[in-house]
Design a protein around this ligand. Sequence first.
Ligand SMILES: Cc1cc2nc3c(=O)[nH]c(=O)nc-3n(C[C@H](O)[C@H](O)[C@H](O)COP(=O)(O)O)c2cc1C
Length: 231
Amino acid sequence: MTAKSSSPIPPVNNQFTTTTHIIIMKVLTINGSPNHSGCISRALQELEKTLVECGIEVERIDIGKKDIRGCIACNFCREHGHCVFNDIVNEVAPKFAEADALVVGTPTYYAGSNGQVLSFLDRLFYSTSGQFDKTMKVGAAVISSRRAGSTSALDEINKYFTICSMPIASSTYWNEVHGFTAEDVEKDLEGLQTMRNLARNISFMVKAFKAQAQKEGIPKQERGIYTSFYG
Ligand SMILES: Cc1cc2nc3c(=O)[nH]c(=O)nc-3n(C[C@H](O)[C@H](O)[C@H](O)COP(=O)(O)O)c2cc1C
């Protein structure tokens, strides 16, 4: 099949032009590991390099050693539009609002995501839930483990995306690498391949979604019905 000008996929790799301006796609990557140059970092590096090759702009944020406390359910954010704790969560929120995709990397701790990442995501998603629409922003989890428990962590991260109409990007294996150090991950050739394919899939999705959004807007989400079985 030959490409036609009506194709929803933009002809230029990273951008497409509307009558008035050029649109650049942006992906925000989060390294949730306390190891700045560890396994998650190596996995994200492979993904980021491929995204850039696809013409996507990338910004990485390290949260692994930040002082991030959990959500205290005070609902300050409902009134003020940002979390009561003025830390990295409030710094990332506007970047998330701007991004076309969010990639969250976490090492596996006791067969789940690390606590740091969960505290960060609880507060990021909750405090921004009334602030901007996440519909059709692409979400992807990237997990590293020495040996086991990675798929539970993957499930945990994906649930943040699937409660707010964010389609999940997948790859040719679950989005994971294996190792205890970045050098181990270097030898996990399939893991790195999975990251490259994940990046290409994210690139395709954000370009296709943006093109469709330009034509028809993002799908309207019905709101207002909360069935909690009380009262
Ligand atoms: C507190 C803690 C718990 C861990 N639990 C697991 C686990 O359940 N399964 C596993 O395979 N690796 C476990 N690991 C190892 C790390 O998940 C693994 O080495 C990971 O790839 C490290 O990534 P990083 O270098 O980006 O921090 C654990 C490490 C720590 C510090």
